[in-house]
Design a protein around this ligand. Structure first.
Ligand SMILES: Cc1cc2nc3c(=O)[nH]c(=O)nc-3n(C[C@H](O)[C@H](O)[C@H](O)COP(=O)(O)O)c2cc1C
Length: 380
């Protein structure tokens, strides 16, 4: 374990894990806001700042990411600490998910730790201070890496209220467009009502309406859709046909599956009756299968894939890149391994690329899937 990870595991983590999970999360955000120099200082104590390896830079449309490992939505829901997070050697920071209007989300408790599985059960239900508040906060910060803003309709407007959802998303995009390098539309939050993904189907008409509305309001900002980790060819192909209509729609990310994976180390009795979707390493096979299935259909197109979900090491991240990911977001692993993680993974990734003779990340994207007739999940 590296210096900063060891320090985190021995000191901060036990103190934070003694608190109720959401209380700990709020405390961390509050402390970072109060002492914005603290995390970047820890990073420099842990080791000298290494200039980013140019081989790690990733271009996605008009966006240039300094490195592929970044932070996904959920950690900075209200855009309070994205500036600090962007100074930790991260390739990008995703803020949100943000609703247009303030939204309470589900009642607490709505976040649970499963330490034996290094996982979390997430049942937030999209709490948000609202797009105007997030815009004010983003306006007051500076960033060292691209900042994406994840948008979601409030919990009231879902499957049966497409018009309400469209109006909310458009309103949020209008308020935030100046402050976002790109937008991600969260089309599949696993703990609010489904917009039509059930049964492996793709709610193409709803997605089209959402993308249309946000594209009109987003000042041409690149757009990504966060979809469930579906691997059904017909669903993927229908979404990709729809994507061709929108030049600003550059790619896809994957949200947590609604079903919990089998084979957890945590005894079933400990989580029986607890709500929420599971996030963490046990979900990795589902994300890898989805990523490979999407790559098999997007190779050679302008579509890029975010390959997160259960990533805890540079080897995991490298495997995702080889399965088709241009960018690799992490979320749960930061809670268990601390804020030095993205920088450490980016550094170790350089070594893995060099070991295998790749001169850049983009050379490695998809090599384990491209050319195979039926994409499997190959090991790097
Ligand atoms: C505490 C928590 C909150 C999350 N909140 C959001 C959210 O608001 N919007 C979203 O699109 N994804 C959210 N996610 C999903 C993550 O962005 C990520 O896609 C997912 O957790 C898989 O990555 P991981 O295994 O690295 O956590 C959340 C995840 C966690 C653990």
């Amino acid at each position: 374990m590296r210096g900063s990870a060891m320090l985190f595991a021995r000191t901060l983590r036990p103190a934070l894990f003694a608190l109720e999970p959401e209380t700990a999360h709020r405390l961390v955000v509050g402390l970072i806001r109060a002492f914005p120099w603290f995390l970047p200082a820890c990073r420099s104590v842990a080791g000298p700042r290494v200039p980013p390896d140019p081989a790690l830079a990733v271009r996605v449309g008009s966006l240039l990411f300094p490195c592929p490992l970044g932070i996904s939505a959920g950690l900075d829901k209200n855009g309070e600490i994205a500036g600090v997070l962007s100074r930790l050697g991260t390739g990008f920071v995703e803020v949100g998910s943000v609703c247009r209007d303030p939204n309470a989300g589900h009642p607490r408790p709505r976040l649970f730790r499963l330490p034996k599985d290094r996982s979390l059960l997430v049942h937030y239900g999209n709490p948000s201070r609202g797009a105007a508040a997030v815009a004010r906060r983003l306006a007051a910060q500076r960033f060292r890496a691209p900042v994406g803003v994840s948008l979601v309709p409030g919990s009231g407007s879902t499957a049966d209220d497409t018009e309400g959802a469209v109006a909310e998303l458009a309103g949020a995009a209008r308020l935030l467009a100046q402050f976002a390098d790109y937008f991600v539309l969260n089309t599949s939050c696993p703990n609010v009502s489904d917009v039509g993904w059930e049964g492996g189907k793709a709610p193409v008409a709803t997605l089209r309406a959402w993308v249309e509305a946000v594209s009109r309001e987003s000042l041409g900002r690149p757009l990504f859709l966060k979809v469930p980790p579906v691997a059904e060819p017909r669903a993927i192909e229908a979404i990709l046909r729809m994507a061709e209509e929108f030049p600003a729609l550059l790619g896809f990310a994957f949200n947590l599956p609604r079903q919990r994976p089998a084979g957890l180390r945590t005894p079933a009795a400990a989580i029986e009756g607890l709500p929420g979707a599971l996030a963490g390493p046990p979900t990795a096979p589902v994300f890898e299968a989805a990523l490979a299935a999407w790559r098999a259909r997007t190779k050679g197109t302008r579509v890029h894939l975010f390959g997160g979900g259960g990533v805890v090491s540079a080897a995991d991240a490298y495997r995702r890149i080889r399965l088709g990911a241009s960018l690799v977001p992490v979320c749960t692993a930061l809670v268990f391994q601390g804020p030095g993680l993205p920088a450490a993974l980016n550094r170790d990734l350089s070594g893995l690329l060099r070991r295998d003779g790749f001169k850049s990340v983009s050379e490695a994207v998809g090599v384990d899937v491209d050319g195979s007739l039926s994409p499997g999940v190959a090991r790097a």
